[in-house]
Write a protein that binds this ligand. Sequence first.
Ligand SMILES: *[C@@H]1O[C@H](CO)[C@@H](O)[C@H](O)[C@H]1NC(C)=O
Ligand SMILES: *[C@@H]1O[C@H](CO)[C@@H](O)[C@H](O)[C@H]1NC(C)=O
Length: 183
Amino acid sequence: MPWTRTRQRIGAGDLAVHSLCLLLVCFVAPPVSPITVTSPPELHASRGESVLLVCTFSSTSRPTSRMSVDWSYRPPSGGAPQTFFHFSSKAFPPADGQFQGRVRWQGSPARGEASVTLLNASLADNGTFTCSVRNPPDVHGSPTSHTVLTVTPKVPNSVSNAIHHLTSQTPPPHTHALQDPSL
Ligand SMILES: *[C@@H]1O[C@H](CO)[C@@H](O)[C@H](O)[C@H]1NC(C)=O
Ligand SMILES: *[C@@H]1O[C@H](CO)[C@@H](O)[C@H](O)[C@H]1NC(C)=O
């Protein structure tokens, strides 16, 4: 009977929609939405330059006064990351250590910005910089992101030009070697 078949089809369709809703509720929408933090994997700078350590975040919870940011540093030799900067309603720059007086807050919680500028980069600043963002109650997801910074000595223009000149010079042709003394 066509009528029964149509009814069965609608029934199966209803069931599929119902299952999809269950799936969405159970797996796609967790009770607290995730926060994501993004930063470039690598940054390069010359000694003495200012480096913008970029970090952005997105969260479906509107940032409140409880939103906080931590920046930590781990040298290439390893060890535990050391927090050198904290933001929570206001910036708390490092009071001592390697980065004292060299960190400026560039963030804007409302715009999802948590970047800082590192002034006067030195070769000793090589390492991994980690940006962590907390935005209670949104604490799920992966609230950290890492950037590997490499600071290289600045090569003065005169030296770099001299190196370029030396390497681009072609050796003089050895014409004498082609001459046959017996001729
Ligand atoms: C930059 O850092 C170096 C040491 O790495 C220091 O000698 C120099 O005075 C600093 N320059 C400024 C402008 O702070
Ligand atoms: C940092 O890395 C650069 C590039 O590899 C290197 O030239 C420099 O010596 C390193 N600094 C230190 C303190 O190891």
